[in-house]
Design a protein around this ligand. Sequence first.
Ligand code: MG
Ligand code: MG
Length: 266
Amino acid sequence: MSLGRRVRIKTDEEVELIRLSSLLVGRTLAQVAARVQPGVTTLALDAVAEEFIRDHGAEPGFKGYGGFPNSLCTSVNEAVVHGIPNDTPLQEGDIVSVDCGVLMNGFYGDSAYTFAVGDVSEEVQRLLDTTKVCLDLAIEQAVVGKRIGDIGHACQQHAEGQGYGVVRELVGHGLGRDLHEAPEVPNYGRRGNGPKLMDGMVLAIEPMINLGGREVGQAEDGWTIVTRDGKVSAHFEHDVVVRQGKADVLSSFKDIEEVLNSKNTN
Ligand code: MG
Ligand code: MG
């Protein structure tokens, strides 16, 4: 993806519009969360998401973007990102990364969550938990005075410390009137390196962490990114605005996790 070079700092008004879009993504993913179970197809999840987005006065952000055919990217097991929804039923023990974008009021929201389908192995659950921690650690670095490399370093350090592979070929990004804006936000990096983080920069931070090696390739469909070793990969994404002292997280997993918790207690 080509991001251009200019970082667009957002006004407070623009940040609030991005927040609205990002929150709608979280609510859409909660609709998806309620329906993830063995037997459901990713195409069915995609239909639910598209209808929910349109019912709330927004457009699916991914549909038609660069020719992508659907509203969700659904990446199952060894698929890392950019999976195309299909009619293969999910199976007990699978994981599925669901990445969703919306465009509303001229601004994008972009967030992703990896769901367990039924019960997954302890090994896979640990990968999901670790990837979420990587996201949290990365977000802690998204403050004025730090650099892009600090974000990547925090993620890489934690993931590799658990023996996981950190995908290099795909990265997070700026976000606003365009789905992908400068700067690139790698999930690896060196402390103190890269562009300076400035107040009002909006970033989509999205660790992609592999159970095995970090190498990935492209599937024959021309979209799906898959691990070379065929081991599973997890992906979580939040939109944040860089602030002094603490990043402001614009997207939310709250609705998603309420749904998941109620499923677990039923
Ligand atoms: Mg995304
Ligand atoms: Mg993104």
